[in-house]
Design a protein around this ligand. Structure first.
Ligand SMILES: Cc1ncc(COP(=O)(O)O)c(C=O)c1O
Length: 401
Protein backbone atom coordinates (compact mmCIF):
# COMPACT_ATOMS: atom_id res chain seq x y z
CA UNK A 1 0.00 0.00 0.00
CA UNK A 2 1.57 3.40 -0.97
CA UNK A 3 2.50 5.51 1.98
CA UNK A 4 1.71 9.14 2.76
CA UNK A 5 3.52 11.77 0.67
CA UNK A 6 4.88 13.26 3.89
CA UNK A 7 6.63 9.89 4.43
CA UNK A 8 8.03 9.78 0.89
CA UNK A 9 5.09 8.11 -0.87
CA UNK A 10 3.48 9.51 -4.03
CA UNK A 11 1.28 12.59 -3.61
CA UNK A 12 -2.42 12.03 -4.26
CA UNK A 13 -2.49 15.00 -6.60
CA UNK A 14 0.04 16.97 -8.62
CA UNK A 15 -2.32 19.16 -10.66
CA UNK A 16 -2.87 22.79 -9.61
CA UNK A 17 -6.19 23.89 -8.14
CA UNK A 18 -8.15 26.95 -9.22
CA UNK A 19 -6.28 30.25 -9.03
CA UNK A 20 -7.77 33.04 -6.94
CA UNK A 21 -8.90 35.70 -7.74
CA UNK A 22 -11.25 34.55 -10.46
CA UNK A 23 -11.78 37.08 -13.24
CA UNK A 24 -13.01 37.19 -16.81
CA UNK A 25 -13.82 39.55 -19.68
CA UNK A 26 -16.40 41.40 -17.56
CA UNK A 27 -13.70 42.47 -15.06
CA UNK A 28 -11.37 43.50 -17.89
CA UNK A 29 -14.09 45.56 -19.58
CA UNK A 30 -15.12 47.22 -16.29
CA UNK A 31 -11.52 48.04 -15.46
CA UNK A 32 -10.91 49.46 -18.91
CA UNK A 33 -14.05 51.62 -18.72
CA UNK A 34 -12.91 53.10 -15.40
CA UNK A 35 -9.40 53.53 -16.78
CA UNK A 36 -10.58 55.33 -19.90
CA UNK A 37 -12.99 57.53 -17.93
CA UNK A 38 -9.90 59.33 -16.65
CA UNK A 39 -11.47 59.70 -13.21
CA UNK A 40 -9.39 57.25 -11.26
CA UNK A 41 -9.82 58.82 -7.82
CA UNK A 42 -12.01 61.31 -6.02
CA UNK A 43 -15.27 59.40 -5.61
CA UNK A 44 -15.83 58.87 -9.33
CA UNK A 45 -18.99 57.33 -10.74
CA UNK A 46 -17.79 53.74 -10.30
CA UNK A 47 -17.19 54.34 -6.57
CA UNK A 48 -20.62 55.82 -6.03
CA UNK A 49 -22.31 53.08 -8.04
CA UNK A 50 -20.47 50.40 -6.10
CA UNK A 51 -21.33 51.95 -2.73
CA UNK A 52 -25.01 52.03 -3.70
CA UNK A 53 -25.06 48.48 -5.10
CA UNK A 54 -23.07 46.87 -2.29
CA UNK A 55 -25.07 48.51 0.52
CA UNK A 56 -28.36 47.53 -1.18
CA UNK A 57 -27.13 43.94 -1.51
CA UNK A 58 -26.50 44.00 2.26
CA UNK A 59 -29.89 45.36 3.31
CA UNK A 60 -28.41 48.76 4.18
CA UNK A 61 -29.08 52.30 3.01
CA UNK A 62 -25.53 53.65 2.85
CA UNK A 63 -22.11 52.37 1.78
CA UNK A 64 -18.86 54.18 2.56
CA UNK A 65 -15.82 52.74 0.80
CA UNK A 66 -12.38 52.69 2.41
CA UNK A 67 -8.81 51.78 1.56
CA UNK A 68 -9.07 48.46 3.42
CA UNK A 69 -11.05 46.54 6.03
CA UNK A 70 -8.75 47.52 8.89
CA UNK A 71 -9.27 51.22 8.30
CA UNK A 72 -13.01 50.75 7.78
CA UNK A 73 -13.19 49.22 11.29
CA UNK A 74 -11.27 52.21 12.66
CA UNK A 75 -13.57 54.61 10.81
CA UNK A 76 -16.62 52.85 12.28
CA UNK A 77 -15.23 53.06 15.82
CA UNK A 78 -14.34 56.74 15.44
CA UNK A 79 -17.72 57.60 13.88
CA UNK A 80 -19.42 55.93 16.85
CA UNK A 81 -17.37 58.05 19.24
CA UNK A 82 -15.27 55.18 20.62
CA UNK A 83 -11.94 56.41 21.99
CA UNK A 84 -9.47 56.44 24.87
CA UNK A 85 -10.43 54.43 27.96
CA UNK A 86 -13.46 52.85 26.28
CA UNK A 87 -13.60 49.06 26.22
CA UNK A 88 -14.61 47.11 23.13
CA UNK A 89 -15.44 43.39 23.29
CA UNK A 90 -13.89 41.30 20.53
CA UNK A 91 -13.46 37.57 19.86
CA UNK A 92 -9.91 36.16 19.97
CA UNK A 93 -10.49 34.00 16.89
CA UNK A 94 -10.16 36.48 14.06
CA UNK A 95 -7.57 38.35 12.04
CA UNK A 96 -5.56 40.71 14.22
CA UNK A 97 -7.19 43.84 12.71
CA UNK A 98 -10.40 43.21 14.69
CA UNK A 99 -8.48 43.92 17.89
CA UNK A 100 -5.81 46.34 16.65
CA UNK A 101 -8.43 48.69 15.16
CA UNK A 102 -9.65 49.10 18.76
CA UNK A 103 -6.12 49.89 19.95
CA UNK A 104 -5.54 52.28 17.06
CA UNK A 105 -8.42 54.50 18.24
CA UNK A 106 -7.01 54.47 21.78
CA UNK A 107 -9.59 52.07 23.19
CA UNK A 108 -9.08 48.78 25.02
CA UNK A 109 -9.88 45.43 23.38
CA UNK A 110 -11.53 42.93 25.74
CA UNK A 111 -11.28 39.35 24.56
CA UNK A 112 -14.31 37.17 25.31
CA UNK A 113 -14.55 33.51 24.38
CA UNK A 114 -16.04 31.99 21.26
CA UNK A 115 -18.85 29.49 20.93
CA UNK A 116 -17.36 25.99 20.71
CA UNK A 117 -19.39 25.07 17.60
CA UNK A 118 -19.71 28.21 15.46
CA UNK A 119 -16.32 29.72 16.52
CA UNK A 120 -18.07 33.10 16.79
CA UNK A 121 -18.25 35.38 19.81
CA UNK A 122 -20.16 33.57 22.56
CA UNK A 123 -22.95 35.91 23.76
CA UNK A 124 -22.69 34.64 27.35
CA UNK A 125 -18.93 35.28 27.47
CA UNK A 126 -19.53 38.72 25.87
CA UNK A 127 -22.12 39.42 28.60
CA UNK A 128 -19.60 38.44 31.29
CA UNK A 129 -17.04 40.82 29.72
CA UNK A 130 -19.22 43.93 30.09
CA UNK A 131 -17.90 46.56 32.51
CA UNK A 132 -18.88 50.19 33.17
CA UNK A 133 -16.31 51.15 30.50
CA UNK A 134 -17.71 48.92 27.76
CA UNK A 135 -18.89 50.94 24.78
CA UNK A 136 -19.01 48.48 21.87
CA UNK A 137 -18.97 44.89 20.68
CA UNK A 138 -17.35 43.73 17.45
CA UNK A 139 -18.76 40.32 16.50
CA UNK A 140 -16.85 38.68 13.65
CA UNK A 141 -18.81 36.50 11.23
CA UNK A 142 -15.93 34.06 11.20
CA UNK A 143 -15.41 32.03 8.02
CA UNK A 144 -18.62 33.54 6.66
CA UNK A 145 -20.87 31.92 9.32
CA UNK A 146 -22.95 34.69 10.92
CA UNK A 147 -22.50 35.28 14.64
CA UNK A 148 -25.51 34.77 16.92
CA UNK A 149 -27.30 38.04 16.27
CA UNK A 150 -30.40 36.79 18.14
CA UNK A 151 -28.50 37.04 21.41
CA UNK A 152 -25.84 39.67 20.68
CA UNK A 153 -28.18 42.44 19.51
CA UNK A 154 -30.47 42.36 22.60
CA UNK A 155 -27.39 42.17 24.83
CA UNK A 156 -25.96 45.29 23.18
CA UNK A 157 -29.32 47.09 23.32
CA UNK A 158 -29.76 46.27 27.01
CA UNK A 159 -26.37 47.79 27.86
CA UNK A 160 -26.51 50.65 25.33
CA UNK A 161 -23.54 49.31 23.36
CA UNK A 162 -22.54 50.05 19.80
CA UNK A 163 -22.33 46.98 17.53
CA UNK A 164 -19.84 46.96 14.67
CA UNK A 165 -20.06 43.74 12.67
CA UNK A 166 -16.75 42.59 11.25
CA UNK A 167 -17.98 41.06 8.00
CA UNK A 168 -14.55 40.66 6.39
CA UNK A 169 -15.29 36.95 5.79
CA UNK A 170 -18.98 37.26 5.11
CA UNK A 171 -19.85 38.99 1.82
CA UNK A 172 -23.46 38.15 0.97
CA UNK A 173 -24.01 36.10 4.14
CA UNK A 174 -27.24 36.22 6.09
CA UNK A 175 -28.77 35.39 9.46
CA UNK A 176 -32.50 34.58 9.47
CA UNK A 177 -32.68 35.90 5.88
CA UNK A 178 -31.24 39.28 6.83
CA UNK A 179 -27.86 40.25 5.43
CA UNK A 180 -24.90 40.58 7.78
CA UNK A 181 -23.73 44.14 8.21
CA UNK A 182 -27.32 45.35 8.56
CA UNK A 183 -27.79 44.36 12.24
CA UNK A 184 -25.25 46.61 13.93
CA UNK A 185 -24.56 50.34 13.78
CA UNK A 186 -22.05 49.49 11.06
CA UNK A 187 -20.99 46.45 9.07
CA UNK A 188 -17.36 46.45 7.93
CA UNK A 189 -16.14 44.44 4.92
CA UNK A 190 -12.67 43.81 3.46
CA UNK A 191 -11.69 43.40 -0.19
CA UNK A 192 -8.15 42.23 0.51
CA UNK A 193 -6.66 39.72 -1.92
CA UNK A 194 -7.95 36.52 -0.26
CA UNK A 195 -11.50 37.74 0.42
CA UNK A 196 -14.61 36.50 -1.42
CA UNK A 197 -14.73 39.84 -3.21
CA UNK A 198 -11.42 41.52 -3.88
CA UNK A 199 -9.78 44.45 -5.59
CA UNK A 200 -6.39 43.47 -4.18
CA UNK A 201 -7.14 45.80 -1.27
CA UNK A 202 -10.19 47.76 -0.21
CA UNK A 203 -12.99 47.95 2.33
CA UNK A 204 -16.49 49.29 2.88
CA UNK A 205 -18.79 50.22 5.73
CA UNK A 206 -22.52 49.74 5.44
CA UNK A 207 -25.10 51.38 7.70
CA UNK A 208 -28.69 52.57 7.58
CA UNK A 209 -28.11 55.45 9.99
CA UNK A 210 -27.79 58.69 7.97
CA UNK A 211 -25.86 60.51 10.70
CA UNK A 212 -23.31 57.69 11.07
CA UNK A 213 -23.02 57.46 7.28
CA UNK A 214 -22.22 61.15 7.09
CA UNK A 215 -19.66 60.95 9.91
CA UNK A 216 -17.92 57.93 8.37
CA UNK A 217 -17.88 59.47 4.89
CA UNK A 218 -16.52 62.72 6.31
CA UNK A 219 -13.83 60.92 8.33
CA UNK A 220 -12.80 58.93 5.26
CA UNK A 221 -12.66 62.11 3.19
CA UNK A 222 -10.51 64.51 5.24
CA UNK A 223 -13.35 65.80 7.42
CA UNK A 224 -15.21 67.31 4.46
CA UNK A 225 -18.96 67.99 4.60
CA UNK A 226 -21.21 66.21 2.06
CA UNK A 227 -22.11 69.42 0.23
CA UNK A 228 -19.25 71.54 1.50
CA UNK A 229 -16.44 73.15 -0.44
CA UNK A 230 -13.31 71.14 -1.37
CA UNK A 231 -11.12 73.06 1.11
CA UNK A 232 -13.71 73.09 3.88
CA UNK A 233 -12.86 70.64 6.68
CA UNK A 234 -15.43 70.49 9.49
CA UNK A 235 -13.85 67.74 11.59
CA UNK A 236 -10.65 65.76 11.92
CA UNK A 237 -10.54 63.16 9.21
CA UNK A 238 -8.14 61.32 6.99
CA UNK A 239 -8.01 59.93 3.47
CA UNK A 240 -9.43 56.40 3.15
CA UNK A 241 -10.76 56.75 -0.40
CA UNK A 242 -11.03 53.76 -2.70
CA UNK A 243 -10.18 54.30 -6.37
CA UNK A 244 -12.55 53.99 -9.34
CA UNK A 245 -10.36 51.21 -10.71
CA UNK A 246 -10.91 49.15 -7.57
CA UNK A 247 -14.61 49.97 -7.51
CA UNK A 248 -15.03 48.90 -11.12
CA UNK A 249 -13.51 45.51 -10.32
CA UNK A 250 -15.68 45.18 -7.24
CA UNK A 251 -18.86 45.95 -9.18
CA UNK A 252 -18.06 43.09 -11.54
CA UNK A 253 -17.40 40.82 -8.56
CA UNK A 254 -20.59 41.79 -6.79
CA UNK A 255 -22.47 40.67 -9.86
CA UNK A 256 -20.67 37.32 -9.77
CA UNK A 257 -21.16 36.84 -6.01
CA UNK A 258 -24.53 34.96 -6.08
CA UNK A 259 -23.23 32.41 -8.62
CA UNK A 260 -20.05 31.94 -6.62
CA UNK A 261 -21.99 31.61 -3.37
CA UNK A 262 -24.07 28.84 -4.95
CA UNK A 263 -20.88 27.06 -6.04
CA UNK A 264 -19.36 27.41 -2.57
CA UNK A 265 -22.55 25.97 -1.07
CA UNK A 266 -22.52 23.01 -3.45
CA UNK A 267 -18.85 22.22 -2.75
CA UNK A 268 -19.29 22.67 1.01
CA UNK A 269 -22.22 20.23 0.95
CA UNK A 270 -20.08 17.68 -0.90
CA UNK A 271 -17.24 18.13 1.59
CA UNK A 272 -19.60 17.80 4.55
CA UNK A 273 -21.14 14.65 3.12
CA UNK A 274 -17.67 13.16 2.67
CA UNK A 275 -16.55 13.74 6.24
CA UNK A 276 -18.16 11.01 8.34
CA UNK A 277 -17.51 9.98 11.92
CA UNK A 278 -14.65 7.68 10.90
CA UNK A 279 -12.70 10.56 9.29
CA UNK A 280 -9.78 12.20 11.01
CA UNK A 281 -11.44 15.56 10.34
CA UNK A 282 -14.93 16.66 11.42
CA UNK A 283 -17.20 18.78 9.22
CA UNK A 284 -18.12 22.30 10.40
CA UNK A 285 -21.32 23.03 12.32
CA UNK A 286 -23.79 25.24 10.46
CA UNK A 287 -26.38 26.96 12.66
CA UNK A 288 -29.83 26.49 11.06
CA UNK A 289 -30.45 30.23 11.52
CA UNK A 290 -27.63 30.90 9.04
CA UNK A 291 -29.71 31.27 5.90
CA UNK A 292 -26.72 32.24 3.76
CA UNK A 293 -23.19 31.15 4.64
CA UNK A 294 -20.42 33.30 3.16
CA UNK A 295 -18.18 30.19 3.03
CA UNK A 296 -14.99 32.20 2.92
CA UNK A 297 -13.36 29.31 4.78
CA UNK A 298 -14.41 25.69 5.17
CA UNK A 299 -13.36 25.02 8.74
CA UNK A 300 -12.64 21.43 9.77
CA UNK A 301 -11.70 20.15 13.18
CA UNK A 302 -9.40 17.34 14.20
CA UNK A 303 -11.35 14.27 15.31
CA UNK A 304 -9.45 13.80 18.57
CA UNK A 305 -11.44 10.65 19.39
CA UNK A 306 -10.34 9.03 16.14
CA UNK A 307 -6.67 9.67 16.73
CA UNK A 308 -5.79 11.03 20.17
CA UNK A 309 -2.45 12.78 20.37
CA UNK A 310 -2.18 13.67 16.70
CA UNK A 311 -1.51 17.37 16.13
CA UNK A 312 -3.44 19.56 13.72
CA UNK A 313 -0.17 20.91 12.33
CA UNK A 314 0.90 17.42 11.27
CA UNK A 315 -2.40 16.83 9.49
CA UNK A 316 -1.98 20.15 7.67
CA UNK A 317 1.54 19.19 6.61
CA UNK A 318 0.32 15.80 5.43
CA UNK A 319 -2.53 17.30 3.38
CA UNK A 320 -0.25 19.88 1.76
CA UNK A 321 2.21 17.09 0.90
CA UNK A 322 -0.68 15.24 -0.80
CA UNK A 323 -1.15 18.27 -3.08
CA UNK A 324 -4.05 19.98 -1.30
CA UNK A 325 -3.45 23.75 -1.43
CA UNK A 326 -3.68 26.58 1.08
CA UNK A 327 -4.72 24.46 4.04
CA UNK A 328 -4.42 27.03 6.80
CA UNK A 329 -5.33 27.96 10.38
CA UNK A 330 -4.82 30.56 13.08
CA UNK A 331 -1.87 29.35 15.17
CA UNK A 332 -3.22 30.75 18.45
CA UNK A 333 -5.87 33.15 19.79
CA UNK A 334 -5.15 36.82 19.04
CA UNK A 335 -4.24 37.76 22.61
CA UNK A 336 -1.20 35.45 22.43
CA UNK A 337 0.43 37.73 19.86
CA UNK A 338 3.49 39.52 21.19
CA UNK A 339 1.96 42.92 20.51
CA UNK A 340 -0.44 42.48 23.43
CA UNK A 341 2.49 42.32 25.85
CA UNK A 342 2.84 46.04 25.19
CA UNK A 343 -0.74 47.13 24.66
CA UNK A 344 -3.62 47.34 27.08
CA UNK A 345 -6.28 44.70 26.82
CA UNK A 346 -8.48 42.61 29.07
CA UNK A 347 -8.93 38.90 28.81
CA UNK A 348 -11.74 36.62 29.90
CA UNK A 349 -11.12 32.88 30.15
CA UNK A 350 -11.16 31.61 26.57
CA UNK A 351 -10.97 27.79 26.74
CA UNK A 352 -12.98 27.34 23.53
CA UNK A 353 -10.71 29.68 21.58
CA UNK A 354 -7.62 27.92 22.93
CA UNK A 355 -8.93 24.52 21.89
CA UNK A 356 -10.20 25.69 18.51
CA UNK A 357 -6.84 27.25 17.69
CA UNK A 358 -5.19 23.88 18.30
CA UNK A 359 -7.65 21.66 16.49
CA UNK A 360 -8.99 23.53 13.46
CA UNK A 361 -7.79 23.93 9.89
CA UNK A 362 -9.49 25.24 6.80
CA UNK A 363 -9.80 25.18 3.05
CA UNK A 364 -10.16 28.31 0.96
CA UNK A 365 -11.33 29.68 -2.41
CA UNK A 366 -9.26 27.32 -4.54
CA UNK A 367 -11.23 24.35 -3.21
CA UNK A 368 -14.56 26.04 -2.48
CA UNK A 369 -14.85 27.34 -6.03
CA UNK A 370 -13.23 24.28 -7.61
CA UNK A 371 -14.74 21.45 -9.61
CA UNK A 372 -16.35 18.28 -8.25
CA UNK A 373 -13.10 16.47 -9.06
CA UNK A 374 -11.13 18.99 -7.01
CA UNK A 375 -13.42 18.45 -4.02
CA UNK A 376 -13.18 14.68 -4.44
CA UNK A 377 -9.38 14.93 -4.43
CA UNK A 378 -9.52 16.84 -1.16
CA UNK A 379 -11.77 14.17 0.32
CA UNK A 380 -9.46 11.51 -1.11
CA UNK A 381 -6.46 13.13 0.58
CA UNK A 382 -8.32 13.36 3.90
CA UNK A 383 -9.30 9.68 3.56
CA UNK A 384 -5.69 8.78 2.82
CA UNK A 385 -4.42 10.72 5.83
CA UNK A 386 -7.14 9.05 7.92
CA UNK A 387 -5.98 5.58 6.73
CA UNK A 388 -2.42 6.38 7.70
CA UNK A 389 -3.23 8.23 10.91
CA UNK A 390 -1.18 5.84 13.02
CA UNK A 391 1.90 6.43 10.83
CA UNK A 392 1.32 10.14 11.06
CA UNK A 393 1.43 9.84 14.84
CA UNK A 394 5.01 8.59 14.49
CA UNK A 395 5.93 11.68 12.43
CA UNK A 396 4.14 13.73 15.05
CA UNK A 397 6.21 12.24 17.85
CA UNK A 398 9.47 12.66 15.89
CA UNK A 399 8.77 16.33 15.13
CA UNK A 400 7.78 16.98 18.72
CA UNK A 401 11.19 15.80 20.00
C1 LIG B 1 -11.85 39.16 10.21
C2 LIG B 1 -11.06 40.24 9.55
N1 LIG B 1 -11.22 41.52 9.95
C3 LIG B 1 -10.55 42.52 9.38
C4 LIG B 1 -9.66 42.29 8.35
C5 LIG B 1 -8.87 43.44 7.82
O1 LIG B 1 -9.08 43.67 6.46
P1 LIG B 1 -7.94 44.29 5.52
O2 LIG B 1 -6.91 43.22 5.29
O3 LIG B 1 -8.69 44.66 4.28
O4 LIG B 1 -7.37 45.46 6.21
C6 LIG B 1 -9.49 40.99 7.87
C7 LIG B 1 -8.65 40.71 6.69
O5 LIG B 1 -7.63 40.38 6.49
C8 LIG B 1 -10.18 39.93 8.51
O6 LIG B 1 -10.02 38.66 8.11
Amino acid sequence: MPSLAILGGPALRNRPFLQWPVFDAADRAALLRAFESGQWGGYGAAVQQFEAEFSKAHDSLYGITAANGTLSLEAALISCGIGPEDEVIVPPISFVATATAVLRVGAIPVFADIDARSYNLDPSSAAAAISPRTKAIIPVHFAGHAADMDDLMPLAAHHGLVVIEDCAHAHGASWRSRKVGSFGNFGSFSFQQSKNMTAGEGGILVTSDPKLAELAWSYANQGRAPHGAWYQHDRLGTNLRLTSLQSALLRAQLERLPTQMAKRKENAARLRAGLDASSILCAPYFDPRVTGHGLHLFVMRLNTQRCPGLSRDRVVEALIAEGIPSVSHYPYPLYRNKLFQNHRHRLLPCPNAEQMAQECLWLTNDVLLGSTDDVDDVLGAIAKVTRFAEELLVVNAERAQ
